[in-house]
Structures are given as structure tokens and as C-alpha cells.
Design a protein around this ligand. Sequence first.
Ligand SMILES: [Zn+2]
Length: 439
Amino acid sequence: MLNLAQLTHRSYIIDNVTVVDPKKNTTFPGHVAVVDGKIDAVERGRAKEASLPIYDGAGLHLAPGFIDIHVHLREPGHEYKETIATGTAAAVAGGFTSVACMPNTLPAIDDRSVVEFILRQAKFVGLAKVYPIAAATMGRKGEILAEYHELVAAGAVAVSDDGSPVASANMARRVLEYAAPLGIPFIEHCEDMSATGEGVMHEGFYSTKLGLKGIPAFSEEACLARDLVILRSVRGARYHAAHMSTRGSVQLIRRAKDEGLPVTAETAPHYLCLEDRDLETYNTNLKINPPLRSAEDRVAMIDALKDGTIDCIASDHAPHAAHEKQVEFNAAPNGSLGLETTFPLIMTHLVRAGHLTLPQALALITHRPAECLGIPGGTLARGAAADLVLFNPDESWVVRAEDLHSRSRNSAFLGHTVSGRVKHTLVDGVNVTASPIGV
Ligand SMILES: [Zn+2]
């Protein structure tokens, strides 16, 4: 058998793997045939056919490539934090074959030329597939709607002012109305800025103890509740709530889904395994927006993933340069890296902790996020692109700054021991982890 690290064919078989199919909720020993960069067959047992070259999966687990619908690639405008090249290198290192990038770039993704630039650059780099999320309003200022028709024609898959909420109820209504006929979701960064004020961490016992200004849970919940009320009155709209972090938000989404509203939601790995009390170190890499919440909120997020109230997990990968984070807590920008730690954190805190089975957990970063945005991928269906990940679920490793592929180093998880390591990431049947970065 051939070595997968030296994959050169376009049509081949990967043998000797444990197939994990999140959509079918199954795990079995098998092999996968890829023809011209597409999945041709996924079968149980060892490969018998000899008409295609056979590569050795070396006993690894094989799953659909992961999909992250909330990343900040920072290009154009903030290339000192991250570029499309370094961001997608981090993506494939973390097992992600598709990422959707947020519009808080400079300029914002509010013009078709910016969408086209991102798609061109992503194609040139040739690592993960990139799906641009356009700004909901010009310059993300909340004043004038962006030209959705043009942006979608250029390749945008959703609209959002992420980084900021759409602040006014009237504008939120218009965003939903204009997005509806195009079939694209409005992704809201749920935050009432008047409630956040000068806050820098979750409002509660620990904000008092640490002497830091608090952000109440209702900063997130008030914006979400407002949007859900508006959503009732806009026919055909789709609404996706980004980075949910509180128990109250979970209750709101649960009720909205019971009511039949077209709402989906994501949370991020840090809300599943970190809490406000972890800020006792004043580590600015743990300064994130929305902030790390209470222990009760953390448990509520895990429960919401188990019962399907929250549809998927997205990293909210938010690179910042060292000099920006190495300041006093109040002055540091919000955000943590996420692309290279999301999968092992899910393995460690959801699968090994006994909350979800492996296929259930991988559904949260494969077909479920794809369905939230209406983008392809996340399945092992015949004819789908051979976007695949091979990993060792049991390998334990320590997150170290020097091993990260991102241009920045601001991971909230530096020094954490995690389980689950990505070994190969294949995009359209090409092993991109084995090839040098294009730029
Ligand atoms: Zn956000």
C-alpha cells in the first residue's frame, strides 16, 4: 500500500480506516474510493479491488472534512494578524476543509470586489475552501443596506455585521426582508451595546471579585429576543445566531424552534470548556466576546448541543497580534484562535467526557454547519467532493504556540492537553496537509 503523505493520484482508494459518517450516525472499519477528486464509494471491510492505487489509512479514523462557519481571516486590511494563506493553513491543520469568513475586514466585505478578491486569493492559496459572509450594512455601520444581489452573485453565502450587532430593530427587519428572497441567512452577533457598555468580562461573582466591569448575560439575550420577535413578521427569512453563550439564549432558541421559527444557532468551543472564573489569571487570550460565562451557562451550552437546540459549533477564530494582546486586560482586543483546537477540544470535552458519541460530535462540525449556511460539504455521499479528514482520536498532545499555523498566537488554550489529532486533510481529493503553503 502507498503512503498517504505522498498522495499524488486523483483517483485512488484509502484503505484500512475507521469510517465515521456523522450524517448516517455510524462508525465502521472500511475503505473509501475517490475518483477524480470526488467520493465514489464508502464501503465496509478492506479493499479488494486492484484497479485503483491503494493508499494506507494506517488505522486512522476518516470523516468528512470539517466545516467552520465563523472565522476571521483578517484579509484584506489586517494582514499582520492573519491572511487568507495563513488562516486556511491553520484551517487544514485543524481538519477544516471549508471555512466561512466574517466581513469585519478593512474594507468590510460590503462590495463585490472584496468578495471576488477573497475567493481569488483562497483559490490561489489552494488550501481550505472559503465562503465569504458579506456585510449586512455598508461598512458594518448599521445605516445603509449592502447590495445583497451583487454580493450573492459574486459568491457571498450569508450576511452579517459580525464584530458588531445590527443595532436597530428597524435595520434588523430590513436585513431579514432583503436577505429572504435570496435564500441566504442573516447571521446576528447578538449584543445590545448599551448593556455591554464598558464591560470586559461576564457580569457575576467573578467580575466583582476581579474588579473588572461586567457584561450582563442579557446583553446577548436582549438582542436575540428582539430579533426573534422581528423574525416572526418577515416571511421567508432565515436567521442564524452566532456564538451563543448563555442559558437564557438557549431558552429563547428552544422556544423559537418549538414555535417553528426558521432559526439556527452556533456556539464556540470556549463556551463548552472555559468559564468566567478562569479569568482569575487575567490572561488576555481568554478575553473573548461574548465573554466566558458562568459554570451554569457552560453546562447549559453542552445540554443544548445534546438536545439539538444549538445546531453546530464554530470556532470564532479571531487572530490578534502579540503586541495587541500583551496589554492590560481592559485594553486588550476580544478573541481567541480556534481553527487548530476546535476538533481536539470537541474530542476532549464532548466525546471523551461522555456527552456525545463520535459521529454525534462530528455532526456539529460537518453537515450541521453546512446546512445552517446552505453550503456544500460535510457528507460522505457518493459524488460529493472528496473533502476528507484522517485523524487519531486517542492521540493526546499539548497546545503550543510554536506549533500553530496561524500568523497569530492568541489561543485561549495554550498549555492545554487535548486528545485527538488531525493527520491528513484532503480537499477535492488532494492531500493539502502534505503540500507546502502556496504563499
Ligand atoms: Zn461576533
